[in-house]
Design a protein around this ligand. Structure first.
Ligand SMILES: [Ca+2]
Ligand SMILES: [Ca+2]
Length: 258
């Protein structure tokens, strides 16, 4: 996929088998799988930004390093093979890494990746790798450095992590950017479209006034604004605020309104 991505020009997109990839910019790509799963991968200052989207039909059916997909955050740190979930609030990052993350390490036979000629599963299976843990990095900083990081990041842990580990302010900015983007995406995904309903049939008689009530509702209680896309026929009015359409038909000509 990497070589495919490198060969693609800007805004290029291509499909192979069950995967389609579209390049969003010089440093970001969207991947979608026929199962409905999506990946957005971008390169930012000192970091790789990966957002995973899972289709709702996988709810209560998917589990892994990213947790159990069931709207319950308390079981997301369940080790592979079962057992009690770690409590995110009283576990250190080191504990989460070793007692949860490491349990999801795969064996060569389980890998679904294809390797290029000069790489193998072992190239990426670095058993001795130990990440940096935020609390441990913060403990090593001076009070002045810590204060600078906390002020810049306004208490946001992901940002504090990126700034503290890289020591670079643009990494903190990139982190804040990603968080804002993900928050906005989550809000959009959680926002349902309004439901607009009208009577399924309307009986009209020439020269007699008929009324049609358009009702709207929105799951989140958002304001719904009605507007007409087409011109009104002769003798018709539409009160967009109240959703009331009135009409005195003057002929048998069919009309269309949207
Ligand atoms: Ca869960
Ligand atoms: Ca809504």
């Amino acid at each position: 996929m990497t070589s495919w991505f490198n060969a693609a020009s800007d805004n290029d997109s291509a499909s192979r088998g069950n995967v389609s990839v579209s390049r969003k910019s010089a440093t970001s790509v969207d991947v979608s799988f026929s199962t409905g799963f999506t990946l957005a991968v971008g390169v930012k200052a000192e970091q790789l930004d990966i957002t995973v989207g899972a289709p709702s039909e996988f709810k209560n059916k998917a589990q892994g390093l990213m947790g159990i997909f069931n709207s319950d955050p308390s079981d997301d740190l369940t080790p592979a093979g079962g057992g009690a979930a770690l409590n995110a609030n009283d576990s250190s990052e080191r504990e989460i890494f070793s007692e949860f993350g490491e349990t999801w390490r795969i064996e060569r036979a389980d890998s679904i990746f294809k390797y290029t000629e000069d790489t193998t599963f072992e190239t990426f299976d670095r058993k001795n790798f130990e990440p940096l843990f935020l609390q441990e990095v913060l403990n090593k900083m001076t009070d002045k450095q810590r204060k600078l990081v906390e002020e810049k990041c306004d208490g946001n842990n992901e940002c504090i992590f990126d700034y503290a580990i890289t020591g670079k302010e643009d990494a903190a900015d990139a982190s804040l950017d990603t968080i804002a983007k993900n928050t906005k995406e989550a809000e959009t995904l959680a926002n349902s479209s309004p439901v607009i309903s009208v009577n399924s049939a309307l009986n009209a008689t020439i020269q007699k006034k008929v009324t049609l009530q358009v009702t709207t509702s929105d799951k989140e209680g958002d304001d719904v604004t009605l507007s007409l896309q087409s011109d009104l026929p002769d003798g018709a009015t539409f009160d967009a605020k109240k959703g009331i359409f009135t009409w005195i038909p003057s002929s048998m000509e069919p009309i269309n309104i949207s």
